[in-house]
Design a protein around this ligand. Structure first.
Ligand code: ADP
Length: 259
């Protein structure tokens, strides 16, 4: 508690009493801790690839660069680490924008058509991994929304499904018209998520398996961004999952958005 006190005087300047104000700062302290954890996480996430980049550059300068095989191997690692840094910085910028209560550029968007557009970006990754990616669209899937941001929601969720589904699996995206909503469903036959982990996966930097996420270029920020973007569209997001069987992300968007 923060305590504030002030004397109360009567008209003749005599002390009548004291006012005490107790201010509950539990929530403020919690927010402060979240902010501190976030800064610590960001620093750690930025430092790791930089340390690795420096290490490989030094090794190359020390002579390892003379061997072509080593040179190529180290330069490939350095390129991957640079990609990770770039992805992290992009995600941090997206997250910061989405947390600042950004302005949605809304227009009438056909979510089904938008999903088909993202297919071009996602299909190569699916093919590379040997995953069957399919899309089903039913009804008039037109809604009010911000097209680039809706695309980001779809790309982040489908990319996750492709990352966390082993080769030979399936990922299905369906867009369905309901009475007042448009439903977006992303379903995979991947590794799944334990029930106890589900509430945590939308937290910034939370990953069930840090190594797996890192190796696949994950930053741990994708779902935090998705949640903000869905909420900005007044939508809801739910997860159903079974370890070893797969996961299903259900998003409901209202057709009409009153901002
Ligand atoms: P990341 O960059 O690590 O994928 P996200 O915020 O997108 O970060 O996801 C957070 C964590 O949630 C992931 O690290 C992973 O453990 C889990 N996760 C997300 N999507 C899936 C999925 N489709 N199947 C299994 N686990 C998932």
């Amino acid at each position: 508690f923060d305590v504030y006190s002030a004397p109360v005087m009567n008209a003749r300047g005599k002390l009548k009493g004291i006012v005490l104000v107790f201010h509950d700062i539990t929530e403020l302290k919690k927010l402060e801790q979240v902010r501190k954890d976030f800064v610590a996480n960001v620093s750690h996430e930025l430092k790791t690839p930089i340390t690795s980049l420096k290490g490989f550059a030094e090794t190359l300068l020390d002579g390892a660069g003379e061997n072509e095989e080593y040179r190529n191997k180290f330069l490939t690692i350095m390129l991957n680490e640079s990609d990770r840094l770039q992805a992290l910085i992009q995600d941090l910028l997206d997250l910061s924008k989405s947390e600042q209560g950004f302005h949605l550029e809304t227009q009438s968007v056909d979510l089904g058509a938008l999903v088909n557009d993202t297919f071009e970006i996602l299909q190569p990754k699916a093919e590379k991994k040997g995953i069957a990616l399919s899309v089903d669209i039913s009804g008039e899937t037109v809604m009010d929304g911000d097209s680039p941001r809706l695309k980001q929601i779809v790309i982040n969720l489908v990319s996750n499904s492709l990352t966390y589904t082993p080769a030979g699996g399936r990922v299905n995206v369906s867009v369905e018209e309901l009475e007042d909503h448009v439903k977006l469903l992303i379903k995979d036959t991947g590794i799944g998520i334990k029930e106890s982990e589900i509430p945590r996966i939308f937290e910034r930097f939370y990953r069930v398996d840090k190594a797996r996420s890192r190796n696949s270029g994950g930053t741990g920020l994708g779902l935090a961004i998705v949640k903000h973007l869905v909420e900005a569209h007044h939508g809801t997001i739910e997860v159903q999952s079974k370890p070893g069987e797969g996961s299903q992300f259900t998003i409901l968007f209202p057709k009409k958005l009153e901002l």
